[in-house]
Design a protein around this ligand. Structure first.
Ligand code: ATP
Length: 319
């Protein structure tokens, strides 16, 4: 029937492999040849294409990362580089492409679509910063990793009258901090949305220790808000707690994908192929209220950040 290319781009996320598997197998079932493109847009520009069989994607679903590799290629913003990619795809007779990644990857797909390649984008990023979908592939697994680690920190914090300041990923979107803070029972959650008031935080922690008689406190904070090592020192100096900082870093990206991420990736991968079969392009797939939806990439990129006020209010009531 035709040829489909698939690539993963931007930061890797657990569940990308499950999406690739679904695209390859659903594509072959529907009569397509499916080509894996290595290292995102870099492989597209350098013609690193491999025809994939059903058995090439055996056993990859349980593995974190992406077996196709991922890369960043800033030059893909240039017209002539996109044109090179289009010409490579045409040379192989590949007229449809599924890309898995974050918003940057979506912009690359839109650029290709505008030059005649039928593109479908799948949200694959642990940060959950694609606002056209309730959840992106990788978020659930990353959340599980954070919760497991913060639970461990809580055990040791309680024994030492400590305040653990835990920095989590999520630069453009605070969901990892909000969801983990709520499910770990963190005393304080700080994200871009809440803003950061150092003086108020120190007062709050002193209150938790002196009035509420807490023998530990957890502060979950999104990355790139403040220097958490300095903050922990300040907590030791200015509050009854001994402050300790933990930057979870790339540990959050790794690990075998959770069943929820595997299921989401499988459903989205299959839907991407169905869209291609129906001649739909320039779109992305996502999950909204547990329904798989398809919307234009341009609309998705223009959507505003989700407000999580109800979660912040809930946190205030429970802390
Ligand atoms: P994450 O933020 O989760 O790591 P992402 O997909 O947003 O994922 P980026 O590095 O922003 O990661 O983008 C991935 C790649 O997409 C870039 O390296 C580049 O090749 C391509 N890209 C990004 N922005 C554009 C753009 N405006 N036009 C064309 N291509 C783009």
């Amino acid at each position: 029937m035709g040829k489909i290319g698939v690539l993963t781009s931007g930061g890797d996320a657990p569940g990308m492999n499950a999406a690739i598997r679904a695209i390859v197998r659903s594509g072959i079932s529907r009569g397509y040849e499916v080509y894996g493109i290595r290292d995102g847009y870099y492989g597209l520009v350098n013609k690193n294409f491999t025809l994939l069989s059903q058995s090439d994607v055996s056993d990859i679903m349980v593995r974190g990362g992406t077996f196709l590799g991922s890369a960043r290629l800033p030059e893909f913003k240039e017209d002539k580089v996109v044109e090179q990619a289009v010409s490579n795809l045409k040379e192989y007779g590949i007229d449809s492409l599924v890309v898995i990644g974050g918003d940057g990857t979506y912009r690359g797909a839109q650029a290709l679509y505008e030059k005649g390649i039928n593109c479908i984008a799948i949200p694959g990023t642990i940060d959950n910063d694609i606002f056209s979908t309730d959840f992106s592939i990788g978020f659930d697994t990353a959340l599980e990793t954070i919760v497991e680690n913060v639970d461990r920190l809580r055990d040791t914090s309680s024994s030492h009258n400590r305040c653990s300041v835990v920095e989590v990923m999520g630069n453009k979107c605070g969901d990892l901090a909000i969801f983990s803070g709520l499910t770990c029972g963190a005393e304080v959650i700080i994200t871009k949305e809440t803003g950061f008031d150092e003086e108020q935080l120190l007062k709050q922690l002193t209150y938790f220790s002196e009035v509420r008689k807490k023998n530990h406190a957890i502060v979950v904070i999104s990355e790139k808000i403040t220097d958490v090592a300095l903050l922990a020192k300040l907590i030791s100096l200015e509050t009854p707690f001994s402050g300790r900082d933990t930057v979870l870093g790339h540990i959050q990206r790794g690990g075998s994908p959770s069943p929820n991420d595997r299921l989401l990736a499988t459903r989205l991968g299959d839907k991407a192929v169905e869209n291609i079969m129906n001649g739909i392009g320039g779109c992305c797939v996502g999950i909204v209220n547990n329904e798989i939806v398809t919307i234009p990439i341009e609309t998705a990129l223009a959507m505003p950040i989700r407000k999580r006020q109800e979660y912040f209010d809930l946190h205030k009531r429970l802390v």
